[in-house]
Design a protein around this ligand. Structure first.
Ligand code: FMN
Length: 190
């Protein structure tokens, strides 16, 4: 099982990173091979809307630090997206990545019954942390992006969500959510 994890927070020891690391540690213990990318430390652009991935190539034609990430997703079984909520959405770093996944879609994706260039059978794990402790705030983020993940072919996706966390790493004190990260790894590893 190959797992790729994308860290969307600039905080290396932040809450979304702590949950991601708990998930990955358990998955590794159960035999997974993992690759980790901290988006904030990488040099890459958002989608340029050049349509090169629709008219010239079957992949994104930009060559930057994200090229390896997009390639690795093709070879992975599980994609972990970890992001804090910034102004009611994923971080800008994660959104720049997400826009580049436009290259995963075939040119006629709007009408094609097989819109995705990704092999079927992949699964996504979405890790969301937020300062607001009321879970009814920002519960629209995951469904919004899961809609597109489904269109890319990701199925049986899992959401791990921590509300009311602000200080870096304070999620470690929340046994319930930490256990959810470990449980998710067990589920993914079957
Ligand atoms: C620029 C910025 C914007 C934020 N916007 C929100 C927000 O809209 N709603 C919210 O609940 N928390 C917001 N937060 C708080 C973070 O989501 C929260 O601290 C989260 O636990 C950080 O995750 P991390 O430790 O993985 O970086 C914001 C924080 C920053 C720095």
């Amino acid at each position: 099982m190959n797992i790729i994890a994308l860290y969307g927070s600039p905080r290396k020891k932040g809450n979304s990173a702590v949950l991601t690391n708990a998930f990955l540690s358990k998955a590794e213990e159960l035999g997974a091979k993992t690759s980790r990318f901290s988006l904030n430390a990488m040099n890459f652009k958002g989608c340029q809307a050049c349509m090169g991935c629709k008219t010239k190539k079957d992949h994104c034609i930009l060559k930057d630090d994200l090229s390896q990430v997009l390639d690795t997703i093709h070879d992975s079984d599980v994609l972990v997206l970890a992001t804090p909520v910034y102004f009611g959405d994923m971080t800008a770093q994660m959104k720049m990545f997400f826009d580049r996944t436009y290259s995963f879609f075939v040119p006629d994706f709007m009408t094609n019954p097989k819109p995705s260039r990704l092999k079927p059978g992949k699964q996504a794990v979405f890790i969301q942390t937020q300062g607001q402790d009321d879970p009814s705030f920002f519960n629209d983020i995951y469904p919004k992006y899961e809609f597109f993940l489904n269109a890319m072919g990701f199925k049986n996706n899992i959401l791990i969500r921590a509300c009311g966390v602000d200080e870096p790493g304070e999620i470690e004190k929340n046994d319930l959510i930490m256990a959810q990260a470990v449980d998710a790894a067990q589920k993914v590893m079957g």
